[in-house]
Design a protein around this ligand. Structure first.
Ligand code: ASP
Ligand code: MG
Length: 408
């Protein structure tokens, strides 16, 4: 007998038939002797619909009230899933995050889980109930309903798994696992049987949308074993997220190629090379709460530097305004450039730590394809480049082939 958390995403509970299918699956596991806590998302499209309703009431809705509204989607699917289970003869009880004692901080719309009280969960499991939990939500210390950010039900599931020391946290979604890259771009992309937690963290934060990044961070911190599976196929072992010390894992040099089209590139040209310049450029950007991703600085022969960084596309205009109005004259920069027609591509693999020449091979492949690289940055287990968005698909295809990711 194992204690299993099963999380079902929006497409898995999109309508009554699918909720019935989900309940069937939970019932099967339960009947074979496992204890199950199911965490559900809102029906797909529901959270967007609720945000739309809030927008109709007020421009930039008040964050506390917005969370009040958008937390309701999950409550509905939790109740419906429990009803379907009861109808199948399974004892089941559903709870909202607040009923269960999921305590968060007070950052509405992106709250962090501080504590989960496992008393109710343990009592119900002991009595043979399947517990169904509304994902994506909690309660702050003073009793406000909060939500955990888009995709936050993943984090609810992982956090519960950590708190109750579950044997496995299964994330059911509309794909059957984690792929070497997006199969819509590279049809030969291969499902991975396993991926290390660090690689998954990179893949998630670099744009692979299968898991919320914070859920992966949480899994890493508490060593929660996660398995990503399709809710539409009964067989299939999905992809297991392992920890590096696990000797059984497959260990290719490169595990995958992540990309995203959400970033824009900003360049501050001809900046005098003096101490404090980086701070003078990025300070006002940080003050405006704009996240900066890649940062590159280079000193040219003239002693002037070019300072380049990336921000989310939606923040490009504000970033340019800040630089033009508050920074340019102050630091005596020659010009400020912004480009939103770029994309970021990253090669990810723990094997990079021990294998030389990955970067040069990557750059050769791109050069053979006549694809220009604007910006490069690396970490121990990834190499990221910014290139023209129009070249992204070709670059992903060529690299996937060159690194033989389809072979495994
Ligand atoms: N329903 C929320 C969303 O659409 C949370 C989730 O599905 O994980 O983002
Ligand atoms: Mg999701």
């Amino acid at each position: 007998m194992a204690l299993i958390i099963q999380k079902f995403g929006g497409t898995s509970v999109a309508n009554p038939e699918r909720i019935n299918d989900v309940a069937e699956r939970i019932a099967r596991y339960h009947k074979s002797g496992h204890q199950i806590i199911a965490v559900v998302s809102a029906m797909s499209g529901e959270t967007n619909k609720l945000i739309g309703l809030a927008d109709e009431m007020m421009q930039n809705p008040d964050p506390r009230e917005l969370d009040m509204v958008i937390s309701t989607g999950e409550q509905i699917t939790a109740g419906l899933t429990a009803l379907s289970l009861i109808d199948k003869g399974i004892q089941a009880k559903s709870y909202t995050g607040h009923q269960l004692g999921i305590t968060t901080d007070s950052s509405f719309g992106k709250a962090r889980i501080m504590d989960i009280d496992t008393k109710i969960l343990k009592k119900d499991l002991k009595q043979g109930f399947v517990v169904v939990v509304a994902g994506f939500q909690g309660l702050d210390k003073v009793g406000n309903i909060t939500t955990l950010g888009r995709g936050g039900s993943d984090t609810t599931a992982v956090a519960i798994a950590a708190a109750i020391k579950a044997d496995e946290c299964q994330i059911y979604t509309d794909v059957d696992g984690i792929y070497t890259t997006d199969p819509r771009v590279v049809p030969e992309a291969r499902k991975l049987n396993s991926i290390t937690f660090e690689e998954m963290l990179e893949m998630a934060s670099l744009g692979s949308k299968v898991l919320q990044t914070r859920s992966v961070e949480c899994a890493g911190k508490f060593k929660v074993p996660i398995r990503v599976l399709s809710s539409f196929d009964i067989k299939g072992d999905g992809t297991v997220i392992t920890f590096e010390e696990d000797k059984k894992m497959e260990n290719p040099i490169i595990s995958g190629i992540a990309f995203n089209r959400d970033e824009a590139e900003v360049s501050v040209r001809g900046v005098p090379d003096t101490p404090g310049v980086a701070y003078q450029i990025l300070g006002p950007i940080a003050d405006a709460n704009i996240d900066v991703d890649m940062i590159i600085q280079n000193v040219g022969e003239s002693g002037a530097t070019d300072f380049t960084f990336t921000v989310h596309k939606r923040d490009l205009k504000e970033t340019m305004d800040i630089l033009n109005e508050k920074v340019k004259a102050k630091i005596n920069a020659r010009e400020i450039m912004g480009d939103s027609k770029v994309a970021k591509l990253s090669l990810v693999g723990v094997g990079m730590r021990t294998h030389a020449g990955i970067a040069s091979k990557m750059f050769k492949v791109l050069s053979d394809e006549k694809i220009n690289i604007n910006t490069i940055s690396t970490s121990e287990i990834k190499i990221s480049v910014i290139l023209e968005e129009a070249n992204l698909d070709n670059a992903v295809k060529a690299l996937h082939k060159a690194f033989e990711l389809e072979k495994g």
